[in-house]
Design a binder for this molecule. Structure first.
Ligand code: ADP
Ligand code: MG
Length: 246
């Protein structure tokens, strides 16, 4: 990635589902190495925004450019773009019949064409990164939710992503398991990974984000540093939201 090039550039993004306009004109740039947390009430369009970045949803209008490639260009090879974007969801979506190692190697082999040995080497490096070296032979059902989510993160990292998208990665976890997952994400941020994180974890956003974006009703209401947006919100809608979640 060129250091001067935006990691993600979103221009005039609109998305409708039938008559329902969910994104009403989003303009937004993420710089390489930046950690951006997206906050806002349920239904405000956060997931749809994230899903438009890797074209899990097709925008109705506007452009999305990832590391210099316009992903909304109809001629683009979207599979090629998508394989460099790691995505972690609230649900972990691990293959239940595969071991942890199997979950981490299958896409490396099938999508990137890596040999079994190389895929396993890279998988083990990433299991170490998320602190689960000893679980490589376990099946997902034998792991806690927090461990499964860390496996999902390691799986995404094994594809050498240029950026990582997280959609409420800790929302489905028991409270005592949230910290380990946030700890892994914090380390990734420290390593310089470009990250866009939809989260309700305000302390994480406050401590880890370079920038916080508050969305409501399909628009970005305000954005700025965590101190600005969470510490001293300018808009009534932001203040009302924060009063509910803090
Ligand atoms: P958030 O992640 O902020 O909770 P979403 O992006 O999931 O919000 O959803 C925004 C709005 O779009 C909601 O009203 C939701 O019901 C609607 N929506 C999301 N996905 C679809 C879809 N595939 N079809 C129809 N409506 C959808
Ligand atoms: Mg959502």
């Amino acid at each position: 990635m060129n250091a001067n090039e935006a990691a993600i550039r979103i221009k005039g993004l609109h998305k409708s589902f039938g008559d329902l306009e969910v994104l009403k004109g989003i303009d937004f740039t993420v710089r390489p190495g930046e950690v951006v947390c997206v906050i806002g009430p349920s239904g405000s369009g956060k997931s749809t925004l994230l899903r438009c970045v890797n074209l899990l949803e097709e925008p109705t209008a506007g452009t999305v450019t990832v590391a210099g490639t316009e992903v909304t260009d109809p001629d683009v090879d979207i599979d090629r773009v998508r394989r460099r974007i790691g995505m972690v969801f609230q649900s972990f979506n691990l293959f239940p019949h595969l071991t942890v190692l199997g979950n981490l190697t299958i896409a490396q082999r099938r999508v990137l064409g890596r040999s079994g040995a190389e895929a396993e080497r890279i998988a083990r490096e990433n299991l170490k990164r998320v602190g689960l070296t000893e679980k490589e032979s376990a099946h997902p059902a034998q792991l806690s939710g927090g461990q499964q989510q860390r496996v999902a993160i390691a799986r995404a990292l094994s594809m050498d992503p240029q950026l990582m998208l997280f959609d409420e990665p800790t929302s489905a976890l028991d409270p005592e398991l949230v910290g380990d997952v946030l700890g892994v994400m914090r380390r990734l941020a420290d390593e310089g990974m470009t990250m866009m994180v939809v989260t309700h974890e305000m302390s994480f956003a406050r401590e880890v984000a370079d920038r916080v974006v508050f969305m409501d009703g399909g628009v970005i209401v305000e954005e700025g540093t965590p101190d600005q947006v969470i510490g001293a919100p300018q808009h009534q809608r932001t203040r009302a939201f924060l009063a509910r979640v803090l």
